[in-house]
Design a protein around this ligand. Sequence first.
Ligand SMILES: Nc1ncnc2c1ncn2[C@@H]1O[C@H](COP(=O)(O)OP(=O)(O)OP(=O)(O)O)[C@@H](O)[C@H]1O
Ligand SMILES: [Mg+2]
Length: 241
Amino acid sequence: MILEVDHVTKRFNGVAAVRGVSFSVPEGAIFGLMGANGAGKTTIFSMIAGNEQPTSGDIRFQGSSIQGLRPWRISRLGIARTFQIVRPFPALTCRENVALAVLYGAGQDSSPARAMRVAGEILNEVKLATVADEEARRLTLVSRKRLEIARALGARPKLLLLDEVLAGLTPMEVEAAVELLRHIHRRYQLTIVMVEHVLRALMRLCTEIAVLDHGEKIAEGSPQAVSADPVVVKAYFGAPQ
Ligand SMILES: Nc1ncnc2c1ncn2[C@@H]1O[C@H](COP(=O)(O)OP(=O)(O)OP(=O)(O)O)[C@@H](O)[C@H]1O
Ligand SMILES: [Mg+2]
C-alpha cells in the first residue's frame, strides 16, 4: 500500500470534521473519495499533504508515518495535491507557474532553465501547450483546472491528490478530462486519489471508492458495489420518496 490513512480524526474547535476514517490505497491505483458537501474530503487531503495535522490517528506513505511532517517535506517525499479553489499566480504564464512548482516542489531541480523546459513538457502532456505562454488569469475554467494538475505534476509526485478537478465542467469537458487523467496516470506511473461529486467519472476511473458522510466512512468497495449500496444511496442521494 502506497498510502494508509489509519483511524484519522480531525477536530476544528471541538467539532469533528473527520471521524476515525481509515482506507488504504494500493500503488498504481486510481482511488475515489466521494461524499456530500462538508463530508470531510478536503480535510483528509489537507492532512495527507501536511496542511493540517490530524487530531488523532496516523497517515503512512510507502510504509512510513508522515505524521507531523511539514508540507514541503511531504511534497519532496512524492505527494502532490491540487486545491479545490485553484491557486495559480495569475500574472505569471502557465509555463512560469509550472516551472515554479518544478523548482520548489520536488527540490531537486536547481536550474530555472531546466525547470522551464520540464514545465513545457508537462504542459504538453496536459494539452496546454498552445497556451503555455499565456498569463494564467486569461485561462478558461477547463484550462485553469489543467494548469492546477500541471502544477501538481511539476513536483514529480508518486501520489497525486486531485480535489474536484472535474467540478464545473460540462459533460463533454468531463469526457476529455477523464481521458486526460487516464493519460497522465499511465504517462507518469502515478497513484491517484480523487475527490469528486461527479459519480459517473469516478465510476469510469476508479478501481475502489470510499464514501464519506458527515466525517465518517460509510462504505468502501468497487464502483459497482458502492453505487448499489443502500447506505450510500440514502446518504448521498437522499432517502427514497
Ligand atoms: N479550517 C477549518 N476550520 C474550521 N472548520 C473547518 C475547517 N476546514 C473544514 N472545516 C469544516 O469541516 C467540515 C468538512 O469540510 P471539508 O472542506 O473537508 O468538506 P468537503 O467534503 O471537502 O466538502 P466540499 O464537497 O464542500 O468541498 C465542514 O463542516 C467544514 O466547515
Ligand atoms: Mg472539499
